[in-house]
Design a protein around this ligand. Structure first.
Ligand code: BDR
Ligand code: CA
Length: 329
């Protein structure tokens, strides 16, 4: 069973990924070692609260949540305009309260260092936020990221336009220096860029299916709350996605971050190319742009496998089935 640490900045799509992962863990298919919250879509404090409450909602009260490393960053600012002021469609307060405290929580980079040291070669790091925590861990403890079994990153845009600037994708553009540190940390990173995630549209029609009990018994209050949260968040995200034309006018929203879990648990749904990936950290117009060195000889210095295709219909269908499982059990 894969041991997982999720580095996340909930985030509408992060929320879906965290619920999907909890379903997989409930089915005995995943072991959630920790969740390291990160500043990104909203502040470190808000992502800590969001991640904590999502774990309460799924019933994973014992999983430690780290507080995101804060750096003074110039540039793009947060993405509350997409995800809501709390990062979760302004629904965070409706979720069960968590006993975890931001003020006393351990820092996300320290948790990463401790767990990777304790379990070398065992942990899959699912990175679905700006890479500040991972880079900070690597700076404090050089070589630590090599101790992960695998690092799976949602980030970057290669052949499609970016989503925060014409050239750059949010997770990389938020902290390009951190991304470059992580990209230099090992030669087998798994990178799932916008090029494939912008095809993963989760729709309100899919969410509606979660409201149908599959047994004769009506839903318990907890089951109703889960189904209600997922549909309301989906509706909120669908509205902003339409406003920002992220889905070409189709009703639904992009579940970028969920693609990382598709890779870890259903790897046949994605295909990859070997590549050398770098990040532009200097450009006025191109800061945060991810680049593939496409010269032939660059293959020998490759640092990543970059996702090139995704079987969208399969990923969305599997994810929906797993979310149904979470609601039904
Ligand atoms: C990424 O940026 C964030 O807003 C999303 O949560 C996702 O991780 C997509 O570019
Ligand atoms: Ca995210």
């Amino acid at each position: 069973v894969p041991k997982i640490i999720v580095d996340t900045d909930p985030g509408g799509d992060d929320s879906f990924a965290l619920l999907w992962l909890q379903s997989l863990a409930k089915q005995g298919l995943a072991d959630i070692v920790a969740v390291t919250a990160a500043a990104g879509n909203v502040s470190a404090k808000r992502t800590f609260q969001g991640a904590s409450r999502l774990l309460q909602l799924g019933g994973f009260d014992a999983v430690e949540v780290g507080r995101g490393v804060c750096r003074e960053l110039e540039g793009i600012g947060d993405a509350a305009y997409i995800h809501g002021l709390d990062g979760m469609g302004n629904l965070c307060q409706t979720l069960p309260a968590s006993p975890r405290s931001f003020d006393t929580a351990r820092s996300s980079d320290d948790i990463l260092i401790e767990k990777l040291q304790a379990m070398p070669g065992e942990i899959t790091l699912v990175a679905i936020a700006p890479l500040t925590n991972l880079a900070s861990a690597e700076k404090k403890s050089p070589g630590i990221l090599k101790r992960a079994k695998e690092i799976v990153i949602m980030g970057g845009a290669f052949h499609t336009p970016g989503n925060v600037t014409s050239e750059s994708e949010f997770n990389i553009a938020f902290d390009p220096e951190a991304a470059q540190t992580v990209f230099a940390s090992r030669n087998d990173l798994i990178i799932i860029p916008l090029d494939v995630t912008h095809q993963l549209i989760f729709t309100p029609t899919m969410a509606a299916q979660l409201h149908r009990p599959q047994t004769k018994r009506p839903f318990t209050p907890r089951q109703s709350q889960l189904a209600q949260f997922i549909t309301t968040l989906c509706d909120f995200m669908t509205q902003t996605a339409l406003a920002y034309r992220e889905t070409q006018g189709l009703p639904g929203f992009l579940v970028h971050d969920a693609a990382t879990l598709a890779y870890v648990f259903y790897p046949e749904t994605l295909a990859f190319c070997r590549a050398r990936v770098n990040v532009e950290t200097q450009g006025i117009w191109t800061r945060g742009k991810t680049l593939i060195d496409s010269r032939h000889r660059a293959k020998s210095s490759a640092n990543a496998w970059v996702a090139s295709t995704v079987e969208c219909a399969s990923v969305l269908a599997i994810m929906l089935e797993d979310l149904k499982h979470l609601v039904q059990t």
